[in-house]
Design a protein. Structure first.
Length: 401
């Protein structure tokens, strides 16, 4: 700051010695390569106020004072003619730099060449390098920041994906949920007068039985008695058992339906009756049937089914339906004869027993038994037992709330 003041004072002193005024400007060089040209239009004036002061600058000759406001009124003076004041204002000197001032040449016009101060150029270059370096490191940091933000967003996306999968799994029905829903549906159906075939197949009875077992505390249920004649027509089996002993519970004697008592079925029917009775007796005595007898029974069943199919045109729809249903039950009985636990069915170990519903459920639970499908003639007994078990289950469920 002190240096600047000193230079300003020195410049003022030199200008005063040369008879010129103080004028600020930048160094200009005339287009013709000579000394700076003075103004002829809106240029500088000696001792006057304008864009600069002409006359006696650091460089260049002084210019005679001219009053620009009198050019148009002085006779013989035409500012647009070069010879009037010695120079065309629209030529080299018009609107050009002032001759004189602190820097030679005065204010730059439409001519001349700009020369920058060396110190200013150095400082400007240093400032540009500094600004470029700062911008470079700023860009580096911004790139790192964007990269870090992108990495954080990838972690956030992964976290949200895990949360979404956990939410989806929590909302998706599991296998056990599907099973529980099916059990509730079946139980609700069993409580509301299901179709007859669901009762005689043992399905509705087993649905009610399973819920009674789930509730437990059988002593809290009502005392509903059961008739022994009813229980004789109830068939039991183990869950997933091989077959149904219902057709064979009368000492192995088969009660054939009318549709299979015709003469054309006599031969195969008599062999089956004899072999089945032999197999049951062997199971009761030794615990298993002879393999030869079981092979003959299986062969005769295939022969009987073939004869039924061959005489289908000679049978009514009801006869064919009756014969087909009986053959299904007879095949189930044949599978039971091959079961190692078949002796328990024929030694009255696995037969329905109990004076009340609670005693029957307790017995079946201890032995791990379920209700098996009814055989022909057992339908009335199954319906009677269904109503008794349904009433017991409803009262027990109400008492357990």
């Amino acid at each position: 700051m002190t240096t600047f003041v000193r230079l300003s004072a020195l410049a003022a002193f030199i200008a005063l010695v040369n008879g010129g005024g103080n004028a600020w400007g930048q160094v200009m060089v005339a287009p013709n390569g000579g000394q700076p040209v003075g103004a002829r239009g809106f240029g500088g004036f000696v001792g006057g106020a304008g864009f600069g002061f002409a006359g006696g600058g650091l460089i260049g000759p002084a210019v005679a004072p001219v009053n620009p406001y009198a050019l148009s009124t002085v006779p013989g003076v035409n500012p647009y003619l070069g010879g009037t004041i010695g120079m065309n204002p629209y030529g080299v000197g018009g609107f050009g730099p002032v001759a004189g001032g602190f820097f030679p040449g005065g204010f730059p016009g439409f001519g001349g060449v700009f020369l920058q101060d060396p110190f200013n150029g150095y400082l400007t270059g240093v400032a540009s390098v500094t600004a470029a370096t700062g911008q470079y490191w700023m860009n580096i940091q911004q790139a790192r920041l964007l990269r870090e933000q992108s990495l954080q967003m990838s972690y956030e996306t992964a976290r949200k994906r895990v949360e979404f999968e956990a939410w989806y799994e929590s909302r998706k029905m599991k296998t056990q949920d599907l099973i529980d829903n099916q059990v509730r549906t079946d139980l609700d159906r069993a409580r509301k007068d299901p179709p007859l075939n669901e009762v005689t197949s043992g399905k509705s009875l087993n649905d009610l039985l399973n819920n009674i077992r789930k509730i437990g505390r059988l002593n809290r249920g009502p005392n509903i008695s059961l008739e022994e004649s009813t229980l004789k027509h109830i068939n039991l089996t183990v869950p997933g058992g091989a077959g149904n002993a219902g057709l064979l519970r009368n000492e192995g004697k088969v009660d054939w339906p009318l549709s299979l008592q015709e003469k054309r079925f006599d031969e195969v029917r008599e062999r089956l009756t004899r072999n089945i009775k032999t197999a049951v007796d062997s199971i009761k005595d030794t615990g298993k049937a002879e393999a030869r007898v079981l092979r003959d029974i299986q062969k005769d069943l295939s022969t009987l089914q073939a004869e039924i199919d061959a005489n289908i045109n000679d049978m009514t729809i009801s006869q064919y339906s009756e014969a087909s249903n009986f053959m299904r039950q007879l095949r189930s009985a044949e599978r039971l004869l091959r079961d190692p636990s078949a002796a328990k069915y024929f030694k009255n170990t696995w037969t329905a027993q109990g004076r009340t519903v609670a005693e029957l459920v307790d017995y079946m639970t201890r032995e791990g038994l379920n209700f098996a499908p009814a055989t022909p003639g057992d339908e009335a007994a199954y319906m009677s037992l269904y109503y008794s078990i349904r009433a017991f289950e409803a009262a027990l469920a109400l008492a357990s709330r």
